[in-house]
Each structure stands twice: as C-alpha cells, then as structure tokens.
Write a protein that binds this ligand. Structure first.
Ligand code: NAP
Ligand code: ZN
Ligand code: ZN
Length: 351
C-alpha cells in the first residue's frame, strides 16, 4: 500500500481535518500521480455535507486534480513517469455497457461507482478518496494529458468545471449564429462564458450579482442580465437557443424558460441539495413553445481530453485564487457566499 496524506471530512458538519490513509499499490494498468493542485468544486461541499446522499466518513473530496506521474504499471502505454496529467470526476466505470462503449463513461449504466470520491474502488472494495491528498493511483484510461502551454494550477478546474460546461455546449450546439445563456457566474459559469465565446456563440450571462457585470463581459459575455430584474430579463424573451444553468441553490426556473426560442432547452448542471430541489416550473412554459428541461453530468474521458486540447489550442484557462490546504475550510465558507473569482485551487505542496 502507498501512504497518502489528506484533509478529509469526518461528518456532515465539522471542518475538514488532516487524515493519513493508504492508496492501493500501483496495478499493471495504473498510474500513480503525486498531486500538485486540486480545484475546489461546489460539489465537494454538497457531498461532504451529505446534501446529495449519505456518505461514508472519513471522506476525501476533490476531483479537479493535476499532478506528475511518479510510477506506472507494466501495461501502461498512455502515460510515463514525469508527465503532467489530470484526473477529473471519474477514476473508473464498468467499460462494458452501451454508454461506456460510446465513450460516455459519465453515463455508465452501472451508476457512478467509478467516482473519484464517493465511489467504490473495484480493486479493493473500499470507498474511493479524492484529490485533497498527496497522491492518487488511477487506471491509465481515466488519466488525462494536460497540454504543455496551460499553467498546471489553472488547468486543474478544467477537469470538472471545464468539462461540465464543454459537454452540454457541444451537445446542444454552441456555434456562430446561436445565442447561449449561462446562468450563474461561479466556477462552472465562468468556464461556460469562456468556452461558449470561444465556440463562436453569442453569450448572454445571467447573474444575481450586479458586481459581476464587468467581469462577465471581460470573460467573454456579449451581454449580462441581472436575473432578479424582470425588465432586464424581458429583453431576451423568446431569443435564446439554449441556456445552461449552473446555480447551486434551488430557484424559480420559469423566468428562464420564457427566454427560450421555440424548441429551446434549459440545461441543468447546477445540482441543489436533494431535500431542496428547484420548484417544479409551470407546464405551460414548456408546452406553448415545445421547450425542454434537460440535465448534463460532466463528460466522458474522450470528450474531457478533447476539451483540454481545445483549451490548449485557444489558451483558455480558469480564473483562480490559490489557497493552502490549511485554509480549505475558510475557502469553503467563501464559496458558499459566492465570494470567489472564480475558482479556488489548493496548492498541494502546503499539505
Ligand atoms: P459556485 O462557484 O458556488 O457557483 C454557483 C453560482 O451560482 C454562484 O457564483 C452564483 O452566481 C449563483 N448562485 C449561488 N447561489 C444562488 C442563489 N441562491 N440564487 C441564485 N444564484 C445563486 O459553484 P460551482 O462549483 O460552479 O458549481 C455549481 C453547481 O454545479 C453546484 O451545485 C455543483 O455541485 C454543480 N456541479 C454539477 C456538475 C455536473 O456534472 N452537472 C459538475 C460540477 C458541479 P451569480 O453570483 O452570478 O448569481
Ligand atoms: Zn466538480
Ligand atoms: Zn458502463
């Protein structure tokens, strides 16, 4: 076994605390990565606090991982010692079902057993443990290559925030001639603005924070709407092809449905706590324009590599604030207050 250090959740309410644990030995298909940086995703907080489902403790969260390969198993061909690599929300999947066969491991029909945390490690039967840790062992298939021109710390949030927006933007066709709405300028939302802009769409940002208007435009939004202002919202009634909603809290979806064109889609990626879902929207807001509400979860491994290469080619990087492992609990409090521009990244050298 390999010794690992981490900061872990011990229950749904206490601050994260130091925890020493063991990773599995490097198997024939595995890569061992010494973690340099890990982004803080709002999902880390939802999960540690048991807001989506019950979990086992101690639990190490973190699924925006960048680091250096330090060991490889004998069958590994994709990566070598010294490579700069990334790991996102998946470290495994069944690899047999239809979705896995179509490179959609994120929709594996056996469920999310292969989650980087909150999953079950096939090799040991133990809970998987995430990236707020010194080192990780991952099957090479789930390890991504980080383009050389991307700053390693800034690349980390691409592994979740980046792919979670890239995938729906591609699926629903962000491109020149399309008007795309992004709701919420947080970690996910700011990547949505940057990526949709790079794909050539007209980007309209919807925010509750008037203080983010200037940033929104700098990041690539063609227009910014204050979503709590009915008059401002009315400027886009029936004008948007699809909207990606990244908001982490429950809220009224009706005002956004009214902005869609006929056959438009409101794509939910923000995932409020299970006990406090979004209130069900009015049926007439759907049937009068044949609009749809859809969801999207991260992306498959092939598409995640495509996203990283796209970001490398267009030099797209998240806006980050570095923090230390010791300050992680303070960072979480700031994420909960939307007081971060726009993603925290933990410098794992501080662990
Ligand atoms: P974040 O950085 O906290 O951003 C969320 C943003 O939502 C905030 O910046 C704020 O934007 C807006 N917001 C927050 N509370 C609000 C409220 N009460 N009413 C209206 N707007 C509010 O979080 P994140 O890391 O981007 O994650 C966002 C959500 O996506 C979380 O629920 C997370 O778990 C989920 N997620 C889903 C996937 C997936 O695969 N589907 C992947 C990763 C994360 P403004 O200030 O601009 O209004
Ligand atoms: Zn995430
Ligand atoms: Zn599968």
């Amino acid at each position: 076994m390999i010794k690992a250090k981490s900061f872990a959740a011990y229950d749904t309410t206490s601050p994260l605390k130091s925890w020493d644990f063991e990773r599995r030995d490097v198997g024939v298909d595995d890569v061992q990565i010494d973690i340099q940086f890990c982004g803080i995703c709002h999902s880390d907080i939802h999960c540690a606090r048991g807001e989506w489902m019950q979990m086992q403790y101690p639990q190490v969260v973190g699924h925006e991982i960048v680091g250096k390969v330090v060991a490889t198993g004998k069958n590994v061909t994709k990566h070598k010692v010294g490579d700069l690599v990334g790991v996102g929300c998946l470290v495994d999947s069944c690899r047999k079902c239809g979705s896995c066969g179509e490179h959609l491991e994120n929709y594996c029909e056996e469920g999310m057993q292969g989650g980087t945390y909150m999953g079950v490690e096939k090799q040991t039967g133990r809970p998987t443990q995430g990236g707020y840790s010194s080192t990780i062992v991952v099957d090479e298939h789930f390890v991504l290559k980080i383009p050389a021109n991307l700053d390693p710390a800034r690349a980390a949030p691409l592994l979740c925030a980046g792919i979670t927006l890239y995938s729906p933007l591609r699926h629903w066709g962000a491109a020149p001639g399309k008007t795309v709405g992004i709701v919420g300028l947080g970690g996910l939302g700011h990547m949505g603005v940057k990526l949709a802009h790079a794909m050539g769409a007209k980007v309209v940002l919807f925010t509750t924070s008037p203080g983010k208007i200037a940033d929104g435009k700098k990041l690539g939004a063609d227009d910014v709407v204050i979503s709590k202002d009915e008059k401002d919202m009315a400027r886009y009634t029936g004008k948007i092809d699809f909207i990606v909603n990244t908001v982490s809290a429950p809220h009224d979806l009706n005002p956004f449905l009214q902005l869609l064109k006929r056959d438009g889609t409101l794509v939910l990626v923000g995932a409020p706590p299970a006990e406090t879902p979004h209130p069900s929207p009015a049926v007439f807001n759907l049937l009068m324009k044949r609009t749809a509400i859809a969801g999207s979860a991260i992306g498959g491994i092939k598409e995640t590599q495509e996203m990283l290469d796209f970001c490398g080619k267009h030099n797209i990087m998240p806006e980050i604030e570095m923090t230390s492992m010791q300050d992680v609990n303070k960072a979480w409090e700031r994420v909960l207050k939307s007081d971060i521009k726009y993603r925290f990244v933990i410098d794992m050298a501080t662990l």
